[in-house]
Write a protein that binds this ligand. Structure first.
Ligand code: NAD
Length: 246
């Protein structure tokens, strides 16, 4: 894959899957905009990309705040003049059983995981449409497909993201902008590190390949969907889950 000359925004790129996607996009030549709630959190990543001969900047933005998202788009265009790729990766969990789930937990997850992707997609699509080129990739989840006990808010947000993906894919197709989702299975990151051993063992028992995924497994799928070669794929949710759900 060659993304020389392309400009890519990755939300939530301070760690985990987002960081790995950002590193991979830069490795294949994209100019990288590393977005996080605290710009200091992506300083090392930006320096690493520059040390390897790439081009990258940090932009501070909370994806659930419209003014921050506008600032993110403005900052990207001021520095690089265009936006070709958006990866809506930022996401959180606030798990609890339905009966105990607080309204705040519901709202926080919806605001970041779903509204954040809406705000970023809408703002970035305006820039992409002018150039008649774009790739938007939303990071959904296997549990958005299956459902999961204790994750009503998270699963609803990730399932909603697929509806957003399909609608935006239809709406933006004539502008040569593709919109797809990547649905990770169980990936070893900070998000899953705190899960109890029993939950991890139960998950593992459901994975035909017999291993948890890595951020690299997700980055590989994202790079493909961000490439020229994936130009006729839109509105698709690509599962990367070791066979956990099929
Ligand atoms: P993580 O918690 O390690 O990283 C999440 C990133 O999002 C962090 O950089 C965090 O700072 C950022 N973020 C959170 N709220 C934000 C906000 N309001 N604005 C900007 N950035 C914000 O999680 P991860 O495992 O790397 O997950 C990345 C994405 O993949 C998430 O959308 C997650 O839901 C999804 N996912 C993860 C798994 C998994 O097993 N780890 C499985 C399926 C889907």
């Amino acid at each position: 894959m060659d993304l020389q000359g392309r400009v890519a925004i990755v939300t939530g790129s301070s760690r985990g899957i987002g960081k790995c996607i950002a590193q991979n996009l830069a490795q294949v030549g994209a100019k990288l905009v590393a977005v996080s709630r605290n710009a200091e959190d992506t300083a090392d990543l930006v320096q690493q990309i520059k040390d390897q001969g790439g081009d990258a900047i940090s932009i501070q933005a909370d994806v659930s705040v419209a003014a921050d998202v506008d600032k993110m788009v403005q900052g990207t265009v001021e520095t690089f003049g265009q936006i070709d790729i958006l990866v809506n990766n930022a996401g959180i969990t606030r798990d609890s059983l339905l009966a105990r789930m607080k309204e705040d937990d519901w709202d926080a997850v919806m605001n970041i995981n779903l509204k954040g992707a809406f705000l970023c997609s809408a703002a970035v699509a305006k820039v992409m449409a002018k150039k008649r080129y774009g790739r938007i990739i939303n990071i959904s989840s296997v549990v958005g497909q299956m459902g999961n006990i204790g994750q009503a808010n998270y699963c609803a947000s990730k399932c909603g993201l697929v509806g957003l993906t399909r609608s935006n894919a239809r709406e933006l197709a004539r502008r040569n902008i593709t919109v797809n989702a990547v649905a990770p299975g169980f990936i070893e990151t900070d998000m899953t590190a705190t899960l109890p051993e029993k939950v991890c063992n139960d998950m593992m028992a459901q994975i035909p390949q017999g291993r948890f995924g890595s951020p690299q497994d997700i980055a590989d799928a994202v790079i493909f969907l961000a490439s020229e070669q994936a130009g006729y794929i839109t509105g698709h949710e690509l599962s990367v889950n070791g066979g956990m759900y099929m």
